[in-house]
Design a protein around this ligand. Structure first.
Ligand code: AGP
Length: 613
């Protein structure tokens, strides 16, 4: 089966389409980079250019064989199955050459539809499920694009965001979405389609999120919307306040480094929404639970994938420790098939930077169907998760473009921390004095983060000596164990170095067999109550030949004498340490990847938004 998590763009207006489409695709390249293509109406016919490989390959092709015209669509593709190839690149068309389209999503019944269409005489040229939609639309089309789209949707099972260009309606673009993100917007020089907001920010800040099976018709004069039956509807727009520069690399070599360097600001911006630092108080109205319902809360279930899941691991600890509420954390893709039965008084928190992760959306929907209260921690206004959850605790990280999540993790973690604190306040498990103390310490965090960033040369130097490592193990206990998980994920995804995280106490139950001369073990030791125990575990691997690096705060014993290297964190409360400790780990992963010459912002085989399961 071929599945995609791709980027789509479209433009119709008074300017040349190709440069606008390429500009948008560049911004969306984080969604996939196996192949790219555009189709533009040149005044007499639809001209297609597509190529296997990164966007630069398409750009080279267009420099040699330019296309002119002011209405077109574009696509950047990510495939997990089936070879990325010219033939499978988008756009795709129908046998009768009536239309071309680009697609993000998966057509689950494409095999059945393909068989039916072949019997009707369609000649397929690719292995994709997308071409099935193009052929199906072409088979149905009789001059009325909206009627054809409405009819085609009755056959298609699965998820899709489609941008379509009909040959006999060359100034207009049609788009439709189901379970796949898509935004449209109208700027001063025309109308735009994109999979994600940053791709159109240079042209308009007023965007409309496409709802389930809604259709939009874009013309140089405006955008009209229709429901799934083809009836006209009114849709409002959302004004986006992000700074455009936030989605550009500026003077940084990589988005990942830029986004790590933005962490103090992202952290402050997010915390400011939930805390009045001047009054040393939480902003009670910013949280989902109030005096009346916080006491009824019996259990919190936290769901996420990847880095968001790791932020949830911190959240679990915060809810247990600060609010004394039982909290469970589960990976969304496991949870959705676990057959779990929600209990009375339970709430679900889903965490997602993009708000479009397919498995997290599925878990959210399960809870909603069960009548469970759902709260999203999300970075993208208007995303599916932000729209569907009962309440949203937004993070204010700004656009995160690098595939490796960095600032989103930090902002998710602080939102979870503050929510746990608020619940603790109401339930009487966090005193007013303790809350004020934590808020004061929290307000110092951005400056301390900045100090870590300013001192990053030491990490860069260490990475320059260690980048040939074949295996790296991260260990810690409690909160440090949760941090280790994220540190290991960062390192493996950007540097391709095999890295694993273990609760430090687990080593002796098997993993220690992997320790041999020269293996790098990173001990995260920030929790005073557990420090001595992890330090002993580090000593156990050191005497078996491991090279040991410790990341620690305050005075955690005589680590210098046991470790090859010790990195010190600025002092803060044990509960707040993760906001500092993750930064050296992200920098370490970054510098190791740079030293190895890896594609830091777009690691192989990955995409930023995982919109299919
Ligand atoms: C980690 O660096 C990844 N980008 C990935 O694990 C990510 O956190 C995961 O896919 C979840 O994405 P989301 O937050 O957009 O739902």
């Amino acid at each position: 089966m071929v599945i995609y998590m791709c980027g789509i763009v479209g433009y119709t207006g008074s300017n040349e389409a190709a440069p606008i489409l390429l500009d948008g695709l560049e911004t969306l390249a984080y969604r996939g980079y196996d192949s790219a293509g555009i189709a533009v109406f040149d005044g007499s016919e639809i001209v297609m250019r597509k190529e296997k490989g990164q966007l630069s390959v398409l750009e080279e092709l267009l420099a040699k064989e330019p296309v002119t015209g002011s209405c077109g669509i574009g696509h950047t593709r990510w495939a997990t199955h089936g070879e990325p190839s010219y033939i499978n690149s988008h756009p795709h068309g129908d046998s009768k050459k009536q239309l071309v389209l680009v697609h993000n999503g998966i057509i689950e019944n494409y095999v059945k539809l393909k068989r039916m269409l072949i019997e009707k005489g369609c000649v397929f040229v690719s292995d994709t499920d997308t071409e099935v939609v193009a052929q199906l639309l072409g088979d149905i089309y009789d001059g009325d694009p909206i009627a054809a789209i409405v009819r085609a949707m009755q056959f298609i099972e699965g998820s899709f965001a489609l941008a379509i260009l009909f040959r006999d309606d060359p100034e207009r673009l049609y788009c439709v979405a189901k379970d796949s993100p898509m935004v449209v917007g109208f700027g001063k020089d025309g109308a735009h389609i994109a999979s994600d907001i940053p791709a159109m920010l240079a042209y308009t800040r007023d965007v409309t999120f496409m709802g389930e099976k809604q259709i939009a018709v874009l013309s140089p004069d405006g955008i009209a919307f229709y429901d799934k039956h083809g009836m006209p509807i009114d849709k409002g727009s959302t004004h986006i306040t992000w700074d455009l520069d936030a989605a550009k690399k500026g003077s940084y070599e990589h988005f990942m480094m830029k986004e790590i360097c933005e962490e103090p600001v992202a952290f402050r911006k997010t915390a400011d929404q939930y805390v009045s630092f001047r009054n040393r108080r939480l902003k009670a109205d910013s949280f989902p639970w109030g005096e009346s319902d916080a006491h009824d809360l019996k259990r919190i279930r936290i769901i996420g994938c990847g880095t968001a899941y790791h932020a949830g691991m911190l959240g679990k600890r915060y809810f247990s420790e600060l609010a004394k509420i039982p909290a469970e954390i589960e990976i969304a893709s496991e949870f959705r098939y676990s057959g779990y039965t929600f209990e009375e008084g339970e709430a679900l928190i889903v965490i997602s930077q993009s708000g479009e992760t397919a498995d997290t959306i599925a878990a959210l929907r399960m809870a909603k169907e069960a009548g469970v209260r759902t709260i999203a921690v999300c970075n993208v206004v208007g995303s599916t998760i932000a729209r569907e959850a009962d309440e949203v605790l937004f993070t204010y990280a700004g656009p995160e473009i690098a595939v490796a999540a960095t600032k989103s993790y930090l902002t998710q973690a602080v939102v979870l921390f503050l929510t746990a604190m608020r619940l603790g306040e109401i339930r009487g498990t966090v005193s007013a004095e303790r809350a004020a103390e934590l808020i004061d310490k929290l307000s110092d965090i951005p400056d301390r983060m900045q100090k870590l960033l300013d001192d990053r040369g030491e990490i860069q130097f260490f990475a320059s000596r260690e980048f040939n490592a074949k295996h790296v193990f991260f260990i810690g206990r409690g909160i440090d164990s949760a941090l280790s998980m994220e540190a290991a994920l960062k390192l493996k995804e950007v540097s391709y170095i095999h890295s694993e995280a273990y609760p430090a106490g687990e080593l002796k139950h098997g993993t220690i067999a992997l320790i041999e001369e020269g293996v790098l073990v990173v001990g995260i030791i920030t929790q005073h109550a557990l420090a001595a125990k992890t330090a002993s575990n580090l000593e156990e691997v050191r005497v078996r030949g491991a090279k040991v690096l410790a990341l620690t705060n305050g005075n955690q014993g005589d680590l210098e004498s046991h470790c090859s290297k010790v990195w010190h964190l600025p002092e803060t409360d044990d509960l707040l340490v993760p906001f500092l400790a993750i930064i050296p780990m992200q920098l370490f992963a970054y510098y190791m990847a740079v030293q190895k010459g890896c594609s830091v912002d777009k690691p192989r085989n990955l995409a930023k938004s995982v919109t299919v399961e």
